[in-house]
Design a protein around this ligand. Structure first.
Ligand SMILES: Nc1ncnc2c1ncn2[C@@H]1O[C@H](COP(=O)(O)OP(=O)(O)OP(=O)(O)O)[C@@H](O)[C@H]1O
Length: 355
């Protein structure tokens, strides 16, 4: 392997109380989280919530209004100080791939390596071409590559100088769905192989789940929750995270014990104590995978709409109370709108919010 004199891997990126804005208008508010060595993080949220602004602040292109950003304990940004972007050892990949059209693939990848010795550059480029599955493409020009291949070259170019951290702003959104599905796990594999810490910006939760070890869910400039994809889906800490991530409905419910709640689905016991007081009125989150179609169940609902999803059906079913919830069924259970079907409830994680 080649080594550059600048190279040391990231130990930790730490954001503490970071606020960023334009013309005094604050668009990123009091954001704190940490990214550790080799981790892939993700900023996930709706359009305009401040994801790109925060990413640009980490790269050094936006000043901070408050808080600080540290890399391996050293402050790189606060409200009165900012290390130049080129001295942060951060690589970037954007949605518009922006390869240099007049340079070959090898020259594109070698672009950030001008300070390296010639033999080390050649070795690094050959290694990266192999890593991204494009050996033999070194003399081609960008226009002769597909969108997915170009994005692999952009990744190789960004990680070539061995940055401490790779920032990726919606890198897959220009690609069609099928290609994205193939490329996302591939890019994750490459980053993991390189033990490269990375932070991805996306508004697509499936992309976030497929790519990231840690997801920070943002809305209106604030991070609502940082956790693993499993945690933010099954243990959302705010109503916004519960509604934004996945499908779901809130049912009005009454607490009936330390791990029990009563709702239109009957009495449900969770795996853990929920911390709410007896008789408290709460909103209970119900996901599609919490209610399964079950021919043998006496608990029923009437189908009001349905979506065929290939491997399964997603039904909307009306309960006897009039409340409508999602229900999963295998794609062999093709029922019609208006038909009554049996339902079984599999709610292990009780996610509840005070009313
Ligand atoms: N250069 C700028 N000057 C002024 N306001 C800006 C600038 N860039 C972004 N904004 C505003 O800051 C807010 C956050 O924008 P940002 O691009 O960070 O959001 P985002 O979550 O990345 O959105 P998207 O997913 O649509 O790219 C928006 O209201 C946007 O209009």
């Amino acid at each position: 392997m080649t080594s550059s004199p600048l190279y040391t891997s990231l130990k930790e990126l730490t954001l503490s109380g970071v606020s960023v804005g334009y013309d005094k208008e604050v668009v990123v508010k009091d954001v704190s989280f940490q990214l550790l060595e080799g981790q892939i993080g993700c900023l996930l949220g709706p359009s305009g919530c401040g994801k790109s602004t925060l990413l640009r602040a980490i790269a050094g292109f936006e000043p901070l209004m408050a808080g600080e950003i540290r890399i391996d304990g050293e402050v790189i940004s606060n409200s009165s100080y900012s290390v130049n972007p080129e001295h942060r050892y951060i690589g970037m990949v954007f949605q518009d791939i922006a390869l240099f059209p007049h340079l070959t693939i090898a020259q594109n990848i070698a672009f950030g390596l001008s300070a390296w010795q010639k033999n080390l550059i050649e070795e690094r480029v050959a290694y990266l071409l192999d890593l991204v599955g494009l050996s033999g493409f070194q003399s081609r020009y960008p226009h002769s590559l597909s969108g997915g291949q170009q994005q692999r070259v952009a990744l190789a170019r960004a990680i070539a100088p061995k940055p401490k951290l790779l920032l990726m702003d919606e890198p897959f959104s220009g690609l069609d769905a099928k290609l994205r599905e193939e490329l996302v796990p591939d890019i994750r594999r490459i980053l993991q192989h390189e033990k490269m810490s990375a932070l991805l910006v996306t508004h697509d939760q499936m992309e976030a789940f497929a790519m990231a070890d840690q997801v920070s869910v943002m809305d209106a400039g604030k991070v609502h929750q940082t956790g693993s994809p499993y945690q933010i889906y099954h243990r959302p800490e705010t109503r916004f995270v519960a509604s934004f991530i996945g499908h779901g409905d809130f049912l009005t419910a009454t607490v009936c014990g330390s791990n029990c709640v009563h709702s239109d689905l009957g009495n449900i016991r969770g795996e853990l104590d929920h911390g709410f007081a007896d008789n408290e009125q709460v909103d209970l989150l119900v996901r599609p995978d919490d209610i399964l179609h079950d021919d043998d169940s006496e608990f029923v609902g009437v189908i009001v709409s349905k979506w065929f999803r290939g491997s399964h059906f997603l039904y909307r079913v009306k309960l006897s109370s009039g409340k409508v919830v999602y229900c999963f069924a295998s794609s062999h259970h093709n029922h019609s709108v208006g038909q009554e079907i049996g339902l079984s409830v599999h709610l292990d994680h009780l996610v509840m919010f005070s009313r």
